[in-house]
Design a binder for this molecule. Structure first.
Ligand SMILES: NC(=O)c1ccc[n+]([C@@H]2O[C@H](COP(=O)([O-])OP(=O)(O)OC[C@H]3O[C@@H](n4cnc5c(N)ncnc54)[C@H](O)[C@@H]3O)[C@@H](O)[C@H]2O)c1
Length: 461
């Protein structure tokens, strides 16, 4: 008989992860459940609820064979041998730990549902990113049963990055599995290893104790974000000293001890995870009375906020200290390229700050328009949602590149320039455009951590 895998939570992690498991493991039946009926309906339709390169193909190949999406959570739990918990773990917005601690209500509700509907022993896999020692809480809830059932909790954090989720899942740097150091714990870990062993080389599947595994996920995200904040902090210094942050990052990154990745200066990191996971780490450090450690990691988030604020300040200064009633084309709204996800996107902060300055925004993103509308739904001011970059730019005083979509590097900037108000500004928040060429076309070009290329040089205002 085929083993039954259930995933609770059909989001950016549960959806792609389970699709790849179903694709790679024909001996398992994989069911993904969610309380969100709309989301499940979309997973069952031709228009999947999230955009990820390569995802459609896999879902369409496996759906209805060994991959199912459903809202029937009780039945899913009853039938499952292994349950992945992939629900959201946002930052708490109320009560103790507000603004830092993880809101674990969805995880706890899931554990209680598992307890309520289970009729057999199960392995519970923490896929969500959780504070270290959450498995203990889950275990306590699950073992408060008088049904005589046994549950083994295993940690298997997900390291996929949105935009490259499918290739990350198909070729992970490593798969991390943490379990209890008991005989049953080791058996549960072996069960999870045997899923991944269908396609991941054995040496890339590493096992640790539960707490190391839970903590590793927070630490990995904190370290990645810390590199971005490091290079962004240096970009501010570059702008003062005429050093070029791209050159500095490239030269520093060629040191094999440093390496080149995540050293690209930008208007800041976004995404649902980096900020919340660092704040969670900060909360844990404060909880365990480690204020110096907490402050160290909190500064990574502070630099990120500073970077977006600094970017807007530079826009204002360049545009003669006022953007009121000026049309500004915002190209890109997703937190990074190749995703429609806008959670914690720096574009949100930039747009809100520009709206406070009474700018008229014309927003275009190839995949994130629906999310952009939701994110700005409560904002007052002049906002136009456009269906192309050309439409957004027409009549604009300035262009802001907020997401590094490749299509923005391929636009006909000469043609765009002709349709804009003059002087025409470009603020490249991702350092992806050919700045010299744009300057020669006639733009005043501002980027991150580099000397602006303006046509006003020598004119003292
Ligand atoms: N998004 C990423 O790139 C990423 C990467 C690695 C890890 N993670 C972690 O994975 C977890 C999930 O992230 P996500 O981006 O997929 O979140 P998401 O918000 O896209 O999806 C979570 C889903 O869980 C569902 N849900 C919540 N409570 C439920 C319940 N009681 N029963 C059934 N369904 C329930 C929600 O309706 C939602 O659809 C988080 O802990 C996150 O930190 C995310």
């Amino acid at each position: 008989m085929k083993k039954q895998i259930l995933c609770i939570g059909a989001g950016y992690v549960g959806g792609p992860t389970m699709a790849v498991i179903a694709d790679r493991c024909p001996d398992y039946v994989v069911t993904v459940v969610d309380i969100n009926e709309q989301r499940i309906a979309a997973w069952n339709s031709d228009q999947l609820p999230i955009y990820e390169p390569g995802l459609d193909e896999i879902v369409f190949r496996c759906r209805g064979k060994n991959l199912f999406y459903s809202t029937d959570i009780p039945n899913g739990i009853r039938n499952a041998d292994i349950i992945f918990v992939s629900v959201n773990t946002p930052t708490k917005t109320f009560g103790a730990g507000e603004g830092h601690a993880a809101n674990l209500q969805f995880v706890e509700k899931t554990a209680r549902s598992i307890l309520e509907y289970s009729q057999s022993d199960k392995i519970i896999v923490e896929k969500s990113t959780l504070p270290v020692r959450t498995a203990q809480t889950i275990q306590r809830i699950l073992h408060s049963n008088n049904k005589g059932l046994k549950f083994q909790v295993v940690s298997n954090p997900e390291f996929l990055a949105e935009g490259t989720a499918i290739s990350d899942l198909n070729n992970p740097d490593r798969v991390l599995i943490g379990g209890m150091e008991t005989e049953e714990g080791r058996q549960a870990v072996e069960e999870i290893i045997s899923i991944y062993a269908n396609w991941v080389p054995r040496e890339k599947i590493i096992t640790t104790n539960l707490w190391s595994s839970e903590l590793t996920k927070l630490v990995s995200n904190a370290m990645l974000a810390q590199r971005i904040s490091s290079v962004n902090s240096i970009s501010a210094l570059c702008e003062k000293t005429e050093a070029n942050v791209n050159e500095v990052a490239e030269a520093a990154g060629l040191d094999s001890r440093i390496g080149p990745k995540f050293l690209r200066a930008s208007l800041g990191f976004g995404g649902s995870c980096f900020k919340k996971d660092i704040l969670n780490l900060v909360y844990l450090c404060r909880y365990y009375n480690l204020p110096e450690v907490a402050d160290y990691w909190e500064s990574v988030v502070k630099i990120n906020d500073y970077q977006a604020t600094r970017f807007v300040r530079n826009i204002l200064q360049a545009m003669f200290n006022t953007v009121a009633d000026k049309r500004i084309a915002i190209l890109g709204f997703a937190f990074k390229a190749n995703t429609g996800d806008t959670r914690e996107s720096p574009a949100i902060s930039v747009c809100k700050q520009l709206l406070e300055e009474h700018a008229a925004l014309a927003i275009y993103d190839p995949k994130a328009m629906e999310n952009a509308k939701l994110d700005l739904a409560n904002e007052k001011g002049n906002i136009e949602f456009c269906s192309s970059a050309e439409e957004a730019v027409r009549g604009a005083h300035g262009i802001v590149i907020a997401t590094e979509w490749q299509e923005f590097t391929q636009l006909d900037y000469e043609a765009l320039f002709r349709t804009m108000q003059k002087p025409a500004f470009i603020f490249d928040g991702r350092n992806i455009l050919p700045h010299k060429k744009l300057f020669e076309i006639g733009f005043d070009v501002y980027s991150i951590g580099q000397k602006p290329l303006t046509h006003f040089q020598g004119i003292v205002v």
